[in-house]
Design a protein around this ligand. Structure first.
Ligand code: NAP
Length: 262
């Protein structure tokens, strides 16, 4: 694989994805941008070609449509120049679970979970065979906090975190770096698209600061990067508490509390 491989970024037409595109182009990488809004990607590509000299391809795709997702999967499978996948496209829907239509629930899961897993699946075997490359998955702190009242969105982000950790276990020893990035509220269009005024939130990170912090974690090969978490020891303690349970899972008998009448 080339020293500076091409980077395929989903959801590259705005927000975090467009900012990743800017930063990777400035680091000397060629790009493949994926999203639905071709005009916005054309404008971004033109700027980046002009400013950085990067080669920028555009793949217009709605990742909730199987036939369009398949085109991106094929590109990831076959284009040996691509060595980094940034699985960033994601969305939520307005309202609580009982207010969201079943089709909205399905669309959130398809975009935020199914597409993420399928795109990782398309590229992982080739990267593992090359013994190099990276998969960056954009999760969210919402995936750690059911208290935030975003049940389906949060569930997909917990999925992305778990998937990343699982892939890291499997692919890390084979030379492929996998990173989960967990932003908290970041100033992008996702809020407006979900019917929320971002300025009503208590604290909002600017998108450039978020992506630069995520890339600092990338350069350190962190498996999990949480830019807004100031006390890194809290994540370490959480991780350690989870790991401490694991040896206890191997039991032939149910726990005592379930063997006595309520
Ligand atoms: P954004 O500005 O709304 O960007 C979302 C991107 O996803 C856009 O490029 C959009 O492009 C693309 N997209 C949406 N639906 C798509 C579809 N069906 N097929 C293909 N592409 C689609 O929001 P963002 O904040 O940058 O979001 C990026 C990621 O960060 C998401 O996974 C989000 O969950 C995560 N995140 C954001 C925050 C935050 O506060 N902003 C916090 C935590 C995590 P098109 O409309 O052109 O398709």
């Amino acid at each position: 694989m080339a020293a500076n491989p091409s980077v395929l970024i989903t959801g590259a037409s705005s927000g975090i994805g467009a900012t990743y595109a800017d930063r990777f182009a400035k680091r000397g990488h060629d790009l493949v941008l994926v999203a639905r809004d071709k005009a916005r990607m054309e404008a971004l590509a033109a700027r980046l070609r002009d400013e950085t000299g990067a080669a920028v391809d555009i793949l217009q795709a709605d990742l909730t449509k199987p036939e369009e997702l398949a085109v991106v999967e094929t590109r990831l499978r076959d284009d040996r120049r691509i060595g980094v996948l940034v699985n960033n496209a994601g969305a939520t829907a307005p309202g609580t679970f009982t207010e969201q239509a079943a089709d909205d629930v399905g669309r959130i899961v398809t975009l935020n979970a199914t597409a993420v897993a399928r795109l990782a699946s398309a590229v992982a075997p080739r990267l593992a065979q090359a013994g190099a490359g990276a998969i960056v998955n954009i999760s969210s702190v919402v995936g750690l906090a059911p208290e935030f009242g975003m049940a389906v969105y949060g569930a997909t982000k917990a999925f992305v975190l778990f998937l990343s950790q699982g892939l890291s276990q499997e692919l890390g020893p084979r030379g492929v770096y996998v990173q989960a990035v967990l932003p908290a509220a970041t100033r992008t269009e996702i809020w407006e698209r979900a019917g929320i005024d971002v300025d009503t939130l208590p604290a909002v990170m600017e998108v450039g600061e978020l992506v630069d912090a995520a890339l600092a974690g990338f350069d350190r090969r962190e498996p999990v990067t949480i830019p807004p978490l100031h006390d890194a020891g809290q994540w370490d303690a959480f991780h350690a508490a989870r790991q401490a349970m694991i040896p206890g899972f191997a039991q032939a008998r149910a726990a005592e509390r379930y063997r006595t009448p309520a």
